[in-house]
Design a binder for this molecule. Structure first.
Ligand code: 5CU
Length: 360
């Protein structure tokens, strides 16, 4: 059974150039006040401040395919399904988005073809472009031999994933059976982290902002009836579903007790969160502990869970460490949550091979 990493990012060369040409988030640059820090990648809304949390170091592990392959060898990963890292193309002017998406997706398709049977990809969409152009790229991606779906964030066309203007895009994704890898980026408003937020590095936005952003986005999709209108739309939710497996019961209870929804007749004939979790949702196993992973397994089923690393994010702070702690925590969580070797193999790669049509 292959070991497959479904949550692993890159910034292909065409995208790196765009980041290097920019001076506002997202951008890559070195800072004259800290010449020893080298190039820094500044992508998160909360990290563009002159503090210890200003971006993170960026090196070839973010853009060089040889670094990806070396990481895979070191961690015994046979196949990686790479995706563009956040914030994707969300920030591009509308008139540049479609052409840039084609260039980035073609760069990645070429890279996968050069490493046959080792690299596959989730494509990226020009979400700031008109919906017809987004649909065109979905159709084009469906014909690229190494692409297995698309990655996107939680903002959709600018108003979130419950926006009815997304319906043609959901329809195209459903029609072409393109799996949506849903990934956070924006977190929560920085005010919730308080006046001492910069004392705490990136912990609050990454540990809590990311998963809550994802949970809110998926709940809005559910409340707006996306899965009632598109019952075959499949979503791979990052970080084991944010907090969705843990909060699903509370979400359902709040819906069942909501007088406003009842008055609008929205409590009848709707798909509940449990059925969506078991029929439309896939979860990665990027949660770093057995407890969170067990909740994900209980919510969606062991056959819908897929191993991931989040490489190149979360590298070891001590460069002498060879095996990455972040990877070890995720693979140990799979082992201890499941014990049964067949199920472990399924989560580590068998499920991904089946779901994403990868060499088994
Ligand atoms: O460390 C981070 O900021 C990130 C990020 O931005 N995106 C991601 O996928 N993981 C970690």
């Amino acid at each position: 059974m292959p070991v497959v990493d479904v949550h692993t990012h890159m910034y292909p060369p065409a995208y790196m150039q765009l980041l290097r040409n920019r001076t506002s988030v997202p951008y890559v640059k070195s800072f004259p006040d800290d010449p020893t820090a080298g190039d820094r990648l500044v992508i998160l809304p909360a990290e563009d401040t002159a503090s210890t949390s200003r971006g993170r170091p960026i090196g070839p592990e973010y853009y060089d395919v040889n670094e990806k392959l070396a990481f895979m060898r070191k961690h015994h990963i046979d196949i990686s399904v790479v995706s563009l890292a956040n914030p994707w193309l969300d920030w591009l002017p509308s008139n540049e988005a479609a052409e840039t998406a084609r260039q980035v997706n073609d760069d990645v398709e070429r890279m996968c073809a050069e490493h046959e049977s080792k690299l596959y990809a989730f494509g990226t969409l020009p979400l700031s472009a008109p919906a017809e152009q987004v649909v065109e790229e979905i159709e084009r991606l469906a014909s690229l031999p190494h692409h297995r779906g698309i990655i996107m964030g939680t903002t959709g066309l600018g108003s979130g994933l419950d926006d009815p203007a997304l319906d043609p895009i959901y329809a195209a994704l459903e029609k072409h059976q393109q799996l949506v890898f849903l990934h956070p980026h924006y977190g929560l408003p920085t005010s919730v982290y308080g006046p001492r937020a910069s004392d705490y590095g990136h912990v609050l936005p990454l540990a809590l902002g990311f998963p809550l952003e994802t949970t809110i986005a998926v709940t809005r999709m559910l409340l707006s009836g996306v899965w009632d209108r598109f019952p075959r739309l499949n979503v791979l939710i990052a970080h084991s579903g944010g907090t969705l497996p843990f909060l699903a019961g509370r979400i359902e209870s709040c819906i069942a007790h909501d007088a406003h929804l009842k008055k609008l007749g929205k409590l009848e004939n709707r798909r509940d969160v449990w059925s969506v979790l078991k029929e439309n949702v896939f979860l990665d196993a990027v949660i770093y502990s057995e407890i969170g992973l067990k909740a994900a397994i209980d919510a969606s089923g062991v056959d819908r869970l897929m191993f991931g690393t989040d490489h190149p994010f979360f590298p070891p702070l001590d460069e002498s460490e060879t095996e990455w702690l972040s990877v070890k925590l995720n693979s140990q969580a799979v082992q201890s949550a499941l014990e049964d070797e067949e199920k472990v193999d399924a989560v580590m790669g068998g499920n991904a091979a089946r779901i994403l049509r990868l060499p088994g």
